[in-house]
Design a protein around this ligand. Structure first.
Ligand code: SF4
Length: 343
């Protein structure tokens, strides 16, 4: 079957094999793929783009992810923790500026006990109709359960790569098995779950990427983030090349035509590698954009990968700028919480 026919089949049936996906990733049929993905996005998600506020509240981490600039091996980094009241205060500022989703992200930092996170969730929920996404790593079932009861709506925890051996070599502190278990536990507990993976990880092949996308489908994710691998100078992977933003767009488009309903953000990593591809992502299936809202003194210290694109603006200015950008590309700014889209 030629590539266009395979794309048509996936759009129609939401089914595809590893060979089908590799064929598309390998082909130069990108214009057709992107057009189909854009149409699927329009049909299932509409023209709205959801803005999410993200508060990266601690760069302490007990993990050793080989690609990450804030892993515990980086002893030269200044570490910070935002006090709970400051996190709540910045969530309030973001809410007043128009954000209806707060993503609370940190390294795996046990200083924030179950009770501390519970308190933060409960206080943010008192501010108004806000969806809260946690992104704080691997925890036990009962802790996830407690946070769900305290008001967490969503949870982001990327599987990073569907290649088990590669995953285990990049994450010596944990295992692929446990990561998938966490995602399944979260789904069972009623969270809207988000996963995702990196494009261009050393050792990754097109077949791995195909498996990554099929794993997103198997997990029935509500959100999925894909970004190019960007090496960090303080990590073991510092000498490896940056992942392809073009291949990232293809993975995004393929995810859209295969899964249809997940919220797909244009990731910061994509913006950092190629700002033009941020815009392209909105024509290839993306419907979400996230903006950091924590104080600037912390932002520079939360570098999973290097980012030199930081320009100081207020939360309101930055929100306005993104809203204008969304209108400029002919899309609408969502005024809803942007919960899961059900088929
Ligand atoms: S990717 Fe996340 S869990 Fe891994 S070292 Fe970085 S902050 Fe920690």
């Amino acid at each position: 079957m030629n590539t266009k026919k395979i794309i048509d089949k996936i759009v129609k049936t939401s089914q595809g094999s590893i060979d089908d996906l590799v064929n598309i990733l390998h082909s130069n049929c990108d214009a057709y793929l992107f057009k189909q993905a854009d149409q699927v996005r329009k049909k299932y998600c509409g023209d709205e783009i959801h803005l999410r506020a993200i508060i990266e509240f601690s760069n302490h981490c007990r993990c050793s992810c080989s690609y990450c600039g804030i892993n515990k091996q980086n002893t030269t980094l200044d570490r910070y923790r935002m006090p709970p009241e400051e996190i709540i205060d910045y969530a309030k500022k973001a809410y007043i500026s128009g954000y209806k989703t707060m993503v609370l992200q940190s390294g795996e930092d046990p200083w924030y006990t179950t009770e501390k996170i519970s308190y933060i969730l409960q206080e943010i929920k008192k501010l108004g109709d806000i969806a809260i996404t946690l992104s704080v790593g691997e925890r036990d079932y009962d802790i996830y359960k407690q946070w769900k009861l305290d008001g967490a709506d969503r949870f982001l925890i990327k599987h990073e790569t569907a290649d088990k051996a590669l995953y285990n070599s990049l994450h010596p502190h944990s295992s692929f098995k446990n990561r998938i278990k966490c995602l399944k536990n979260l789904k069972e507990l009623g969270y809207q779950i988000g996963s995702g993976f990196m494009i261009g990880l050393p050792g990754q092949t097109l077949e791995t990427m195909a498996k990554d996308i099929l794993l997103l489908k198997e997990l029935d994710v509500d959100m999925a983030g894909m970004g190019p691998f960007i090496s960090h100078p303080k990590t073991k992977l510092k000498n490896y090349p940056v992942g392809s933003s073009y291949l990232t767009l293809k993975a995004l488009a393929l995810t859209r035509i295969l899964l249809k309903r997940p919220h797909l953000p244009t990731t910061t990593a994509l913006e950092v590698t190629n700002i033009k591809d941020r815009e392209n992502a909105f024509y290839t299936g993306a419907n979400v954009i996230m903006r950091k809202v924590q104080p600037y003194k912390y932002r520079k210290l939360y570098e999973i990968y290097p980012n030199s694109t930081i320009h100081e603006k207020s939360i309101e200015e930055e929100r306005k700028e993104v809203e204008n950008y969304i209108k400029m590309i002919g899309r609408k700014v969502s005024i809803t919480r942007g919960d899961s889209i059900e088929l």
